[in-house]
Design a protein around this ligand. Structure first.
Ligand SMILES: [Ca+2]
Length: 160
């Protein structure tokens, strides 16, 4: 029994720290996410943080999606065309970190379906660099080669 569980955890450990394989079962990815970054599972593919103010939606396949961020939220996506994992927020007026949720250096597309303006930064460089700015109710299917997989944190300016 001990050997079996050791084998299992060794087999999934590399995927917890690198980009997740789309072939991994969603539940395994959910388990990995909670083990590495905390949170509470609130749906078959959903992990919630901060009492539901931040949510990670884990996609089953690496397929192109749609700009499907819920109304009132702004979303970061793992792949082009709103594919892969989706990390969504709705709070404004403060810096928030993508890296807290395992989403640092991962964003490739976005959809802002809120009234807030979101400014996104890369903290891997000194001084930190502004990568892009999201106007209310706008979206991008690709952040561009120079900004791809670089975003680490953002500031959401509260809209009226
Ligand atoms: Ca970065």
């Amino acid at each position: 029994m001990t050997i079996g569980s050791l084998t299992t955890s060794l087999a999934i450990t590399p995927w917890a720290v690198a980009a997740p394989s789309p072939d991994l079962l969603v539940q395994q990815q959910v388990d990995d996410q909670i083990r590495s970054y905390g949170g509470i599972q609130t749906g078959p593919s959903e992990v919630s943080y901060k009492g539901g103010d931040v949510k990670l939606i884990i996609a089953k396949k690496q397929a192109a999606g749609t700009a499907n961020c819920p109304s009132g939220w702004y979303c970061f996506y793992q792949y082009k065309d709103w594919g892969g994992r989706r990390l969504q927020f709705k709070d404004c007026g403060s810096n928030q970190s993508l890296t807290d949720y395992g989403f640092g250096n991962l964003t490739t597309s976005w959809h802002n379906n809120s009234k807030n303006t979101v400014e996104v930064y890369d903290k891997s460089v000194d001084p930190f660099e502004t990568l892009w700015r999201e106007l209310p109710h706008s979206h991008s299917q690709f952040v561009g080669t120079l900004a791809d997989n670089r975003a680490d944190f953002f500031y959401a300016y509260c809209g009226k």
